[in-house]
Write a protein that binds this ligand. Structure first.
Ligand SMILES: [Zn+2]
Ligand SMILES: [Zn+2]
Length: 137
């Protein structure tokens, strides 16, 4: 379904827009998300790359993710905000960090993944599906 939404980094140098609803929305409790966000989990939107346009001074680095495949994380060169990531495990998609959206109030989380790494003091009290790792294994 078509939908238009926009976002960017903290300093404003990076702006992006999307023209299609996310394929999937999820909380990720993996250690990589904990470290890169400085938070106990990350909330992410899986987006069809063809509907995603981004402008600004981006830099990236690659770390092998829990899938065992390389994950490229894109951040603003000026303020360091994490904007999105791409994984070889999911070609054709980007994973946007929900906190970078101008308005994230419409987002409807669908699941929790990598609960194997969830911090014990995070209490999940929604009825969303939980996966120890990714839904497809
Ligand atoms: Zn920035
Ligand atoms: Zn994660």
């Amino acid at each position: 379904m078509s939908k238009h939404y926009e976002g960017g980094c903290h300093c404003g140098a990076i702006r992006y827009s999307c023209t299609k609803e996310p394929e999937l929305t999820f909380f990720c409790h993996c250690r990589d998300c904990q470290r890169t966000t400085g938070s106990p989990f990350s909330m992410e939107l899986m987006i069809d790359q063809s509907c995603f346009e981004i402008d600004g001074p981006l830099k990236s680095y690659v770390v092998v993710g829990d899938s065992g495949k390389p994950v490229t994380r894109w951040n603003c060169t000026q303020c360091g905000s994490g904007i999105y990531l791409e994984g070889e495990a999911d070609p054709g998609y980007v994973f946007l960090k929900v906190g970078s959206l101008d308005d994230a109030s419409w987002v409807a989380p669908e699941m929790h993944i990598y609960t194997v790494a969830k911090q014990p003091w995070i209490k999940i009290d929604d009825n969303l599906p939980q996966y120890e790792r990714a839904p497809d294994g």
